[in-house]
Design a protein around this ligand. Structure first.
Ligand code: PMP
Length: 350
């Protein structure tokens, strides 16, 4: 969380300015909350330059629910296969959910290579007849990020952007559905932002449970049932911060690129003590994943880091190693402090 938004949030837990109530106690049916949703939507539209045919929805169930909601919307009655990329842990989670609903083709998998790189365009034999094309823009666990938009413009493109949404400018008009959960760049957990084009909303098949129906949520302006008021409020504050304080997504991208370049340079300049995991061309600017010479040293590194005030550096439980997540709110000075710790650790242990 950006420090200024954290302070605003703390104040709003006590009392929302001008309202006389805590944000934790305001009704989701109040005019105040409807205005919060409207303001959040307005910030997202401005940040992304979204045309009117896109809906901005604030939903629940996380990105995991979207793994099912997307195929439930687009694969009934069974049409052509949908094409999926298997680029890491999270796309691996999306596949069985989609396969439970309809015909899915895994267009490319990096599993045999240990998910150390992403496919080139030449490796993707996409078909004009696919129902849709699904991929994850940033594999959070392996630290792999697409620095281009894969897939074809004549097929519906669906993207899970959970871990790099709002980190850089985005041409949303090339997508039919974009989804991203909080935490990470969006705010506290509990809300999932779904940007969905109107023709997709109109295609929702009959018979879906209403909570799985984009149309219900679009018609109700994200207040179909009791929404996560607190999470949506803080997400609105973060979108406002991105627009007003940071100066938009191009400015955010510059900050993020500098942070990542500084950290990768420290990894690469360590004489192989720290070793980046991902292929250089596909390295994530959000999740910097690296190894040390042994698992024991990695354990010592993360526990000494924690004692020094650097939390959450353990790699994902499925992979081990070290992962520094440098989302939007992480500052350049925090990155430099981490590098100071890395150099010090290498001197002591290397
Ligand atoms: N997709 C990606 C890229 C993620 O990083 C995560 C969670 N870290 C998920 C999906 C799952 O999201 P949720 O826990 O909100 O269901």
């Amino acid at each position: 969380m950006p420090a200024s938004v954290l302070r605003e949030t703390q104040a709003a837990i006590d009392e929302v300015p001008g309202l006389g109530l805590s944000v934790l106690g305001v009704s989701h049916r109040s005019k105040w909350f409807r205005d919060v949703v409207a303001e959040a939507e307005e910030h997202f539209r401005a940040l992304l330059g979204l045309p009117p045919e896109y809906h901005v929805l604030f939903l629940q169930g996380g990105s995991t629910l979207q793994f099912s909601q997307v195929p439930l919307t687009l694969l009934k009655p069974p049409p052509n296969e949908a094409e999926y990329l298997h680029t890491g842990y999270w796309s691996g989670k999306s596949l069985p959910e989609a396969k439970a609903v309809g015909p899915i083709k895994t267009l490319w998998s990096g599993q045999a290579e240990g998910f150390r790189r992403l496919p080139t365009d030449a490796e993707l034999a996409t078909s004009a007849g696919a129902s849709y094309f699904h991929y994850i823009s940033n594999e959070t666990v392996e630290g792999l990020q697409f620095h281009r938009i894969p897939g074809r413009d004549d097929v519906l493109r669906i993207c899970d952007m959970s871990s790099d949404f709002l980190s850089k400018p985005l041409d949303a008009t090339r997508f039919a559905v974009i989804y991203a959960h909080a935490q990470k760049n969006l705010g506290p957990s509990g809300v999932t932002v779904v940007i969905v084009r109107d023709d997709i909303v109109k295609r929702v098949p009959p018979g879906l449970p209403s909570m799985m129906d984009y149309r219900c949520h679009a018609e109700a302006h994200s207040i179909y049932n009791t929404p996560p008021v607190f999470a949506i409020y803080v997400t609105m504050l973060i979108a406002r911060w991105l627009r007003r304080d940071v100066g938009g997504l191009a400015a955010m991208e510059k900050i993020n690129a500098t942070k990542a370049a500084t950290l990768y340079a420290a990894v690469d300049g360590s004489g192989e003590f720290y070793r980046g995991r991902a292929a250089v061309a596909d390295r994530s600017l959000m999740n910097v994943v690296f190894n040390l010479p042994t698992a024991e040293l990695e354990k010592r590194f993360t526990s000494e880091a924690e004692a020094a005030g650097f939390y959450g550096l353990d790699g994902h439980r499925s992979l081990g190693g070290v992962r520094a997540s440098i989302y939007n709110a992480v500052t350049q000075s925090s990155v430099e402090a981490l590098i100071g710790f890395m150099r010090d650790f290498q001197q002591r242990a290397g």
